[in-house]
Design a protein around this ligand. Structure first.
Ligand SMILES: Cc1cc2nc3c(=O)[nH]c(=O)nc-3n(C[C@H](O)[C@H](O)[C@H](O)COP(=O)(O)O)c2cc1C
Length: 387
């Protein structure tokens, strides 16, 4: 499947699988444990049915919205995805450029291969920065300062990662061994890279195994190492929101809210928005699909902060369903990561174009001309979700 002929995100996934070595593709594609939540995230969209209004002339559709004061052309934007530079040379920069050209936000992960200032220079759209407290508080404070100085407009604090989830595919593919740097340990797993010469040549031209330029330790940027071990030292708790807020002094987004209680806690600790997210099924397997808990969070928040959602979005109709159930906008993760892995910036643009066209078509079929007019009257959702 060539990416340019991709009709939907599933086609982009196949194109990424063809270009990427197995360890890299599975890092994007996989989830935690039995991958139940990963599957459930997407399946839950099937539980919501549309209630269209026929014979409504919707010649054009307005997809514009605002999120924390940033005006965007689309009701979706790009989620933080770590290690994009492994998927494609200068991965974070090319993805951010594609987002900016489409008029939407790019969120840069702490665990990126490109420096925040370079990513900011690459995009004409808004840039958000996602924070992991890897390396300790002083290292995080320096990162916050850099993000602030180069004009990031919101800080996303990920709260669902006290340890990395159990990604069985990564274990099987030898990810830990591959980043160990020890030739004998790495050797049995190296052949998967030889099977993808096009990717390998591009990866080596881009400098090979990347460092993390946004995590600056005493002796320089953190080398690519066991990310799981690093995350275990980087646990964030609600008390940390105090010093993060004081340092950032701008809007803070709590990413990884699963329940009404945590949404209220996020508000109490000064968040300006929450992302209903289970990390795309990569952390605690067995948690409910995010779409299912969205109504409970919307009710708890009661308009006090903006509510965003991610996890499982693969079609424009998924975006529309989430907006109907009250999300202000959604974040896409794998949907663009597949495009990036398949064809760099052009692949990300293809993913965005597919979703945009889907949304416009879905809204015309629904008889709704603006994303701001989407509400629960356009869908039927299981009654137990809405209780
Ligand atoms: C390969 C990959 C890497 C990710 N890295 C991060 C990260 O560094 N920080 C973070 O907060 N979330 C990270 N996420 C989670 C995404 O931000 C987002 O929550 C998730 O991808 C949404 O689910 P979806 O992929 O089904 O759209 C990552 C997701 C993927 C697929």
């Amino acid at each position: 499947m060539r990416f340019a002929r991709a009709v939907n995100v599933a086609d982009l996934r196949l194109a990424a699988r063809r270009r990427l070595p197995r360890a890299v593709f599975d890092y994007i594609d996989g989830g935690a444990d039995a991958e139940w939540t990963l599957r459930e995230n997407s399946r839950a969209f099937d539980d919501v049915m549309f209630r269209p209004r026929s014979a409504v002339a919707t010649k054009s559709c307005d997809l514009r919205t605002t999120v924390l004061g940033d005006s965007i052309e689309l009701p979706f934007f790009l989620a933080p995805v770590g290690s994009c530079r492994m998927f494609y040379p200068r991965g974070e920069e090319v993805a951010a450029r594609a987002a900016g050209e489409a008029g939407t936000i790019y969120t840069l992960s702490t665990l990126s291969g490109c420096a925040v200032r370079d990513v900011k220079a690459a995009t004409r759209g808004p840039l958000w920065y996602q924070l992991y407290v890897i390396g300790g508080r002083d290292v995080a404070l320096a990162a916050i300062e850099r993000a602030k100085n180069c004009g990031c407009s919101a800080l996303v604090v990920t709260i669902d990662t006290p340890v990395a989830g159990m990604r069985e595919r990564d274990l099987r593919n030898g990810v830990k061994e591959l980043v160990s740097g020890a030739p004998f340990t790495m050797f049995p797993y190296l052949f998967q890279f030889l099977a993808r010469p096009r990717w390998l040549a591009a990866y080596l031209r881009d400098g090979g195994l990347m460092k993390f330029p946004n995590i600056v330790l005493n002796d320089g940027p953190m080398p690519y190492a066991d990310v799981g071990a690093a995350l275990e030292q980087a646990m964030v708790c609600w008390d940390d929101f105090k010093w993060i807020r004081e340092a950032w002094q701008g809007p803070i987004v709590a990413k990884g809210v699963h329940t009404a209680d945590d949404a209220r806690r996020a508000i109490d600790h000064g968040a300006a928005a929450v992302v209903v997210s289970n990390h795309g099924g990569r952390q605690l397997d067995g948690v409910a699909a995010t779409l299912r808990v969205l109504p409970e969070v919307i009710a708890a928040v009661n308009g006090q902060v903006e509510v965003l959602l991610d996890s499982g979005i693969r079609r424009g109709s998924d975006v529309v369903k989430a907006l109907c159930l009250g999300a202000r906008a959604v974040l896409i993760g794998r949907a663009y990561a597949y495009g990036l892995g398949a064809a760099g910036g052009a692949g990300v643009t293809r993913a965005i174009d597919i979703l945009r066209a889907d949304i416009v078509r879905t809204m015309k079929l629904l008889g709704c001309s603006s994303v701001r007019d989407l509400d629960r009257s356009f869908v039927d959702a299981p009654s137990e979700w809405l209780r």
